[in-house]
Design a protein around this ligand. Structure first.
Ligand SMILES: NC(=O)c1ccc[n+]([C@@H]2O[C@H](COP(=O)([O-])OP(=O)(O)OC[C@H]3O[C@@H](n4cnc5c(N)ncnc54)[C@H](O)[C@@H]3O)[C@@H](O)[C@H]2O)c1
Length: 439
């Protein structure tokens, strides 16, 4: 029987507005996908909120409701969308250019996608070197631009009739930058916005505007964005949930499946070489070494945290871990990743694993966007605020409280996510001890 009181969760009444900075391949595949599913043209494959169940109680009880029947989530029919981009293309035109979905499907959704026109973006070419576009906000200071985004938020809420909003960054990867003085406190950040401090990236202007407006925020790219003390402070003040960063799809998803398995069996790893070819706009942006550096950081960090060389020096000391991304236009969004893993077993005998993943980046990312939107909205209605570590499952570089190392093992992340849902509903957490079945 349940041992704790359920958390009070406000019902998911009315429409949920989804606001997307960056209406490129991922953004449009998500929006078009939701519309296709609503029209019965496809299934939400890859989405936990739509397809997964949670076991409740003992294995003998046979209780495994769908997540969406256990907790009150916004229904797909209640989602409405808005976005920002530096290009003026409607979501229809952007989806055609992205070339992820088949033209015949996009054409069936043309009426809805044509109605979604991106609002002018907050953009700084110093943060994304390979792109430039005409649809950008004027304004003397970054604070003017943050005010303009907050006005966009209010206007969209009024025009769409949404009762709640969520913002999710699906914009390009920004160049690598480290936390600097204006990121250290909210006061310093606001001063930096007024003084146009070059350390403040455009994605941070959106994140500031969202959190200041009490709109939950997720970051799908590896940028610093909301992962700085100033914005954590703001989220606390406005009691707003947020999370990031960098959607865990493709090669890193595979890595976080395989590495915990090797460690579970105490098999050693000598080296892990990962390379990719990718031909979409994301690939073009990542062809810039400074943008790649941002990506490399989240991609490289996972193995160290999973393998824990400090606990297992005989197995995982000095693992040679290399990651490459090559921009190769013919492939478009259909990325191909190769991994060569040099492992060793009993008495140190060497073995190799080769993984060749022919994936579709945005097809893998779209269901993560959906889940993050619905779970962040749930978190807000459940009174949860600040960093949502239970959503680590979706990220290559999960954000955590200061001083806490991130959990990268996808199976631990999944258990954390499902136990959080059980906790919300006052259900027993599942420990998998199971001794009671043998009493
Ligand atoms: N597809 C995946 O599997 C995956 C996985 C992890 C992370 N990501 C990240 O998600 C992001 C989106 O990926 P994508 O494939 O859709 O890329 P994309 O290039 O197709 O789309 C990004 C869009 O963002 C726009 N943009 C750039 N700066 C902006 C700004 N300041 N304001 C508003 N719009 C801006 C660009 O014009 C572009 O249309 C990238 O950062 C990517 O690294 C994608």
């Amino acid at each position: 029987m349940p041992t704790q009181e359920p958390v009070k969760i406000a019902p998911a009444e009315g429409k949920l507005g989804v606001m997307i900075p960056g209406m490129g391949a991922v953004g449009t595949t998500f929006v078009a996908g939701v519309e296709a599913i609503r029209r019965g043209l496809g299934k939400p494959v890859g989405s936990l909120t739509q397809m997964a169940t949670v076991r409740l109680g003992k294995r003998t009880e046979g209780r495994s409701p769908l997540i969406k029947d256990l907790v009150p989530l916004a229904s797909l029919d209640d989602l409405v969308f808005a976005g920002w981009d530096i290009f003026e293309d409607t979501a229809y035109e952007a989806a055609v250019k992205a070339g992820v979905l088949e033209r015949t499907l996009i054409d069936q959704l043309k009426d809805m996608l044509t109605g979604l026109k991106p609002m002018p973006a907050v953009f700084d070419p110093n943060y994304v070197h390979r792109l430039s576009g005409p649809n950008v906000k004027p304004g003397n200071t970054l604070m003017d631009k943050a005010d303009a985004v907050m006005q966009d938020i209010r206007d969209f809420k009024a025009s769409s009739g949404a009762s709640r909003l969520v913002m999710i960054w699906c914009g390009s990867t920004e160049v690598h930058h480290k936390p600097a003085a204006p990121h250290m406190s909210l006061a310093a950040f606001e001063e930096g916005l007024c003084k146009n401090d070059p350390n403040i990236a455009p994605s941070q202007v959106y994140s500031y505007a969202a959190l200041k407006s009490g709109v939950p925020f997720a970051n799908g790219a590896p940028n610093l964005t909301n992962d700085v003390p100033a914005l954590a402070e703001l989220a606390k003040i406005t009691e707003t949930p947020h999370c990031g960063k960098d959607f865990k799809t493709g090669q890193t998803f595979m890595k976080t499946l395989v590495a915990p398995g090797l460690k579970a069996r105490m098999l050693g790893v000598q080296g892990w070489f990962s390379t990719n070819i990718l031909g979409n706009r994301d690939g073009e942006v990542l062809d810039d070494p400074e943008a790649f550096k941002t990506k490399e950081e989240t991609k490289l960090s996972v193995l160290d945290y999973i393998l824990q060389p400090q606990l297992y020096p005989d197995l995982y000391t000095n693992v040679c871990h290399e990651v490459r991304i090559n921009y190769y236009p013919p492939r478009g969004d259909a990325k191909e990743g190769w991994d060569n893993v040099d492992i060793f077993g009993w008495l140190g005998y060497p073995m190799q694993i080769k993984i060749n993943f022919l994936c579709r980046d945005s097809i893998l990312a779209a269901p993560l966007v959906l889940d993050l939107v619905l779970f962040l909205d749930l978190a807000q209605r459940a009174g949860m605020r600040g960093i949502q570590e239970w959503l680590s499952f979706y990220f290559k570089g999960p954000m955590t409280a200061p001083g806490l190392y991130p959990e990268h093992d996808i199976f631990i992340q999944l258990m954390k996510l499902k136990n959080t849902l059980r906790w919300m509903k006052g259900e027993d957490l599942i420990t998998h001890l199971g001794l009671e079945y043998y009493d």
